[in-house]
Design a protein around this ligand. Structure first.
Ligand SMILES: Nc1ncnc2c1ncn2[C@@H]1O[C@H](COP(=O)(O)OP(=O)(O)O)[C@@H](O)[C@H]1O
Ligand SMILES: [Mg+2]
Length: 364
């Protein structure tokens, strides 16, 4: 969906905003605390059904209000609307139909988010990298959601059994869930591996353009969650004593990761913040390029582009994103207009500029 009109009510400090005629590149300028991140957060909400900075809806809905509402109208007049209430209820509709699953939203409005939390993709544990990978696999493999759900179910059952009986777990029952977990895990692993091969082909040239001096030192490795040489079945069987003692499954796709290293060392420990931001951005752009190869486009939310980046690098990153055939729309925030890189060398592009002040958004 390419958003043409967008409206928000009672979302963070934005009581009411209606934006119409959104462009390919939409720039929001405003001081700290004006509501820029809140605006991007509202767009993200439509894509994920949740916030990227708060788990709790009461922090997102405007203080002293009962609900928030976000509505986007697309170029073909398709309407995506989301209402969330303090009591936890939520209503999401797309073109008149109720949307029940966040996965449907991700399909309607695929987004890549680049913000100051993006560092966490390198610095936090594997969960976020696994999510990035699975988001990508979800968009390229039709069977992904089914296989992933199956895998989660088998893992949950095996863990419940281990937790309930520990060392007295009936072995034949354990074998049933081990076999089921193996089967679904191998299917999931094959999909992730296939996506990762495509991801690597995309990420290397992107990294080379963003960090030419470092790109050959940075490596990405897919870890499936167990020792591939021994195989999952053997790992689960050999690790079963530990599983029985501790009450959960140690090996499996729930531990998968994309390991990012710089010259063999963890990237987050040696790269500067700006370099980390570029590596993360390269991963997000590569994620999108894999989709592009399938004819799918996505939009970008870039919060505070200039943070941690010098003008040259901010310019390179924005050009890279704008030049992608798979880029549907870009929403970008900055504190000052002077933080926006020059777009003179870009192909002509439709731009809309807005000023954000105390939660009020006005066309510039
Ligand atoms: N639930 C809420 N209701 C009202 N205001 C909020 C809520 N949550 C946060 N705010 C306020 O919204 C303002 C805008 O925040 P933010 O969008 O992060 O600003 P910016 O990104 O422009 O620096 C902040 O001053 C913050 O205190
Ligand atoms: Mg902000």
């Amino acid at each position: 969906m390419r958003i043409r009109d967008f409206s928000i009510s009672n979302f963070r400090n934005i009581q009411q905003a209606s934006l119409s005629g959104l462009a390919d590149l939409n720039i929001f300028i405003g001081q700290n605390g004006s509501g820029k991140t809140s605006l991007l957060e509202a767009i993200y909400f439509l894509s994920a059904g949740k916030s990227f900075r708060s788990q709790r809806i009461q922090h997102v809905i405007q203080y002293h209000k009962d609900q928030c509402l976000i509505v986007a109208k697309g170029l073909d007049n398709e309407v995506l609307g989301l209402e969330k209430s303090l009591d936890g209820s939520s209503h999401i509709r797309f073109c008149g139909d109720t949307v029940r699953m966040a996965s449907q939203l991700a399909d309607i409005l695929p987004l890549q988010l680049i913000n100051d939390e993006s560092f966490q993709l390198l610095t936090a544990g594997p969960q976020l990298r696994r999510q990035l990978m699975d988001w990508g696999v979800f968009h390229v493999e039709q069977q992904f959601f089914k296989v992933w759900t199956h895998c989660q179910k088998n893992l949950k059952q095996r863990n419940a059994l281990l937790r309930q009986y520990r060392l007295t777990t009936p072995r034949p029952l354990l074998k049933i869930w081990t076999d089921a977990l193996c089967e679904s895990s191998l299917a999931l692993d094959a999909m992730r591996e296939n996506w990762f091969e495509q991801f690597i082909l995309q990420v290397e040239p992107i990294l080379n353009s963003l960090l030419p001096n470092l790109s050959t030192l940075i490596t990405f490795t897919y870890y499936c969650g167990w020792d591939k040489k021994r195989g999952l079945k053997v790992c689960l069987e050999e690790g079963s004593e530990t599983d029985l003692q501790r009450g959960f499954t140690h090996y499996g796709p729930q531990r998968a990761d994309i390991k990012v290293k710089h010259d063999g060392r963890p990237a987050e420990e040696v790269l500067s913040r700006g370099q980390q931001k570029l590596v993360v951005a390269a991963m997000k752009v590569a994620q999108q390029r894999v989709l592009e190869a399938m004819g799918k486009k996505s939009s970008y939310l870039i919060d505070d582009l200039a943070a941690e980046l010098d003008a040259n690098n901010a310019g390179k990153l924005l050009h890279l994103i704008l030049s992608g055939n798979g880029t549907k729309q870009v929403f970008l925030t900055a504190i000052n207009e002077s933080d926006i890189p020059s777009l003179d060398t870009c192909n002509p592009i439709d731009i809309a500029m807005f000023h954000v002040e105390h939660g009020v958004i006005k066309s510039a």
